[in-house]
Design a protein around this ligand. Structure first.
Ligand SMILES: [Zn+2]
Length: 193
């Protein structure tokens, strides 16, 4: 698991069986491609080695660079619960980022989460993507067979209130897949008891 942080968002990179090819999990802030690329470099890798990207959800600190990724030829995946968050995110971005260019929606690779294990295996990553609503309806988490879970902004378990059934269900699903090492989008990694 390769991790770097800028502007308080953790960005993750996973190596496939071809170790020169990387899958990005989360795609930074709008209009910050150079900062993102600097983070990749400081983590010992190269931006042009990123071939695929998954975003945990469409909030501007996690999916702001999707268009830049698309323009760089990175295959960006879109899961069945994710399309609806894009327009709202972009309306918000447009207010503060004058140079922002919108995502090209038909350039996404649409995938169902149920197909994610098969897709990931084709690039040499053992694991799957599951829907983990709670923070947002379009949230997904990537859980590897090594017991690592990238959860985006899913609230850490101690902070989930009793009647937040969506978040509690998401944590059950993560646990069922055997995840032990949890990597949030903003907080420090922690172990699942
Ligand atoms: Zn968020």
């Amino acid at each position: 698991m390769i991790r770097f942080t800028y502007r308080h968002t953790h960005c993750y990179l996973l190596q496939g069986s071809d170790r020169e090819k990387l899958l990005a999990f989360d795609a930074g802030w709008p209009c910050s491609p150079l900062e993102y690329a600097r983070g990749v470099k400081e983590a010992g890798h190269r931006f042009d080695r990123i071939k695929w990207a998954i975003v945990s959800h469409f909030h501007l600190d996690h999916a702001g660079l999707v268009r830049d990724f698309q323009d760089a030829g990175i295959q960006c995946l879109l899961f069945e619960n994710q399309g609806d968050g894009i327009d709202g995110m972009e309306r918000l971005i447009a207010r503060s980022y004058k140079d922002y260019r919108p995502i090209v929606k038909d350039r996404f690779i649409s995938l169902r989460t149920g197909e994610s294990r098969a897709f990931l295996s084709t690039i040499g990553i053992a694991g799957e993507v599951i829907r983990t609503p709670g923070h947002s309806d379009d949230s997904v988490s990537l859980v590897t067979d090594a017991g690592e879970a990238l959860i985006g902004d899913l609230y850490p378990l101690p902070q989930v209130v009793d009647d937040d059934e969506a978040s509690l269900g998401s944590w059950s699903a993560i646990r069922e897949l055997g995840a032990r090492h949890i990597f949030p989008g903003h907080a420090a990694p922690f172990e699942l008891a």
